[in-house]
Write a protein that binds this ligand. Structure first.
Ligand code: TXA
Ligand code: MG
Length: 333
């Protein structure tokens, strides 16, 4: 399959929208990560997404919209709490799970009676959905088992020849996938993201459960949770972000090492390191948003360099770090 590479200009977006309307697949930027989209109403088109990614059929897709009125074509019921979150956080990096309308094909929701809805803030994404004139089903645009793509090059690396088009939207500002919250019943956060539990609780005026903290028998049915997440080829070792601790670890491991670390630590380490060791920065150690924007690119870099041991920082167990921590710690298991 020939993949066409597009820019985000209006003409190219029209081409991309036409591809979506005729049942093809298009990779597009969003503020979180790149998505691999197809017409959510078209079963054949949605099947192409699963094929391109190598994604298991029982993992549902998020439906992307460009206007809030579209929610009522997709969701059967919008409870008051959901309405509050939609008013407060959409467009933005949040996915709200609601009871679905039967018009949404089973392939999209993997047969569940709920559907995840997201309205991206990214202008290219919003315009593409608007021009396509239909809701767009899209998972992250990585090959299954790879980190989500946050740059155009990541999409080309994974998907060239597997999709109809890829739109270059530069780097994704947020860098980790949307916060996923189930509002079809008692609110549960399935996946942490930039929009934090605290912000959501504040908006709802009530405590919200987090799937990872629930006991096994109360665990909700988010198929995504059961899949083993991205694991780099190398082994990730989490250490205190302290130059002496890292130097000691490098001594201990003979294999080819790579380091994912904060700027201030890298700055101190660099003169003392073998130039062979590949390094990737997570930005400043007190800015979780910087780390989020850089993490997936850093993990991809480690794989490219063939690092066998990847030294990465232990992160604070706080609400503002929970999104980055969730991704890095899952990569470490
Ligand atoms: O930021 C994002 O959310 C990106 C961009 C492209 O929008 N998309 C994304 O999609 O990360 P994906 O498919 O990689 O992750 C969606 C997650 C999966 O873990 C899936 O299991 C869960 O959301 N999910 C989707 N629909 C669901 C549903 N109806 N019930 C429970 N979980 C659902
Ligand atoms: Mg994904």
């Amino acid at each position: 399959m020939k993949t066409i590479l597009l820019s985000g200009n209006e003409n190219d977006l029209k081409t991309a929208a036409q591809i979506i309307r005729s049942g093809g697949t298009v990779i597009f930027p969003t503020e979180t990560v790149y998505g691999l989209g197809a017409d959510a109403r078209n079963m054949g088109a949605v099947n192409k997404i699963f094929a391109a990614k190598g994604r298991p059929a029982d993992n549902p897709l998020i439906v992307h919209i460009s206007g809030k009125d579209q929610i009522y074509d997709i969701a059967d019921e919008v409870p008051r709490g959901a309405k509050t979150l939609i008013d407060r956080f959409m467009p933005g990096p949040i996915t709200v799970i609601l009871k679905r309308k039967p018009e949404i094909p089973d392939v999209v929701t993997a047969g569940l009676n709920t559907v995840g809805i997201r309205m991206p803030e990214n202008r290219t994404a919003a315009r593409l959905i608007e021009l396509a004139g239909c809701p767009i089903a899209a998972p992250s645009a990585n090959l299954s088992g790879k980190p989500s793509p946050t740059r155009f090059e990541h999409c080309v690396d994974d998907m060239n020849g597997r999709v109809d088009a890829i739109i270059d939207g530069g780097s994704c500002g947020v860098g980790i996938e949307s916060t996923v919250i189930d509002m079809s019943g008692k609110p549960v956060i399935y996946r942490p993201g930039k929009i934090s539990r605290t912000e959501i609780e504040k908006a709802l005026g009530a405590p919200v459960a987090v799937a990872a903290e629930l006991k096994e028998d109360e665990k909700p049915k988010s198929p995504g949770l059961k899949y083993r997440h991205y694991a780099p080829k190398g082994r990730v070792i989490l250490v205190e972000p302290d130059p002496d601790v890292i130097l000691a670890k490098l001594e201990q491991y003979g294999e080819k090492c790579g380091i994912i670390m904060f700027d201030e630590v890298l700055y101190e380490l660099e003169p003392k390191l073998d130039p062979q060791i590949s390094m990737a920065s997570l930005g400043c150690g007190d800015i979780p948003e910087d780390a989020a924007a850089r993490l997936f690119a850093a993990l991809r870099k480690m794989d490219k360099c063939g690092a066998e041991i990847i030294i990465a920082p232990v992160l604070p167990d706080t609400d503002e770090w929970s999104g980055v921590r969730n991704r890095l710690y899952r990569a470490a298991h």
